[in-house]
Design a protein around this ligand. Structure first.
Ligand code: NI
Length: 268
């Protein structure tokens, strides 16, 4: 069984609705889903709603760097209320995106720092988005004490030096379809090298469909391609990666995810 630790199931991505998408994934051997609630209050409520309705889904809520510039006190109040729901397992995705720069960088940094503080108050791990902002991301994670809650570097696309620092700070590395791309040499290197108990897999649906589906709309069923690529890079069987990454995901996101996939958690 696989867990897709990062998918966006909003209606504007999947007009057929989340249940149809999830059933296709279940048929492909994916048994658990971390649904990311970003893009405003309605999107966060949607993600949490899917998690409350379905046994196999948990949710996160957060403020994506793209929307940092338009975040408001009302949004923050909604996220505060939602973050108390038992099926909300993390705050995210939050972070920095200097590739698109949809929000001013100083605002992105402020909102990222504020959301780390929020996660620490709520004692929830964080899901980190970082693009072309490696140094600032690591600096803010360190400065804001993000290691107290830890979390995940989502859609890992950096190099081994970044990975080593992130692991030291208490962050697991989540591999997306990027690890299946032939030109992603540094990501291949990290996927082969990273400690076995610190790796996860995800789709980031509807983005970044893995090879050989690259360019299509991505959906959680495709996480098997990503797991297979990670297995190949590590020289192990895909089943082993499925087992390992599912255990790691349950350890990271806690009892709500373990219950969602029917896994008994060892106390640690
Ligand atoms: Ni995402």
């Amino acid at each position: 069984m696989l867990i897709d630790t990062h998918c966006h199931l909003d209606a504007h991505y999947f007009a057929e609705g989340p249940d149809a998408v999830i059933e296709r994934a279940r048929a492909a051997g994916v048994g658990g889903f971390v649904c990311i609630g970003v893009g405003g209050a309605a999107a966060a409520e949607h993600a949490v709603g899917v998690a409350q309705r379905r046994a196999d889904v948990v949710a996160t809520v957060g403020i994506h760097p793209h929307e940092a510039g338009s975040s408001s006190a009302e949004l923050f109040a909604t996220l505060t209320a939602l973050s108390g729901q038992p099926k909300v397992v993390a705050i995210g995705e939050i972070g920095l995106d200097y590739h698109y720069d949809h929000s001013p960088r100083d605002v992105q940094r402020d909102v990222f720092a504020k959301m780390i503080g929020f996660a620490r108050e709520r004692r929830l791990p964080i899901v980190v988005h970082t693009r072309e902002a490696a140094a600032d991301t690591l600096e803010i994670l360190g400065r804001e004490g993000a290691g107290d809650v830890g979390g995940v570097i989502h859609c890992f696309s950096e190099d081994r030096a970044f990975a080593a620092r992130a692991l030291d700070l208490g962050f697991d590395l989540s591999f997306s379809g990027v690890v299946t791309f032939k030109n992603a040499q540094s990501v291949h290197d990290v996927a082969a090298w990273a400690p076995a108990d610190r790796i996860l897999v995800e789709t980031d649906a509807p983005y970044l469909a893995p090879h050989p589906l690259r360019g299509k709309r991505c959906e959680p069923a495709y996480v098997a391609h990503t797991a297979r690529a990670v297995a190949m890079l590590r020289g192990v069987q895909p089943d082993e990666i499925a087992q390992l990454t599912s255990e790691n995901a349950c350890r990271r996101f806690g009892p709500a995810l373990a219950a969602a996939v029917g896994m008994v958690q060892n106390p640690s």
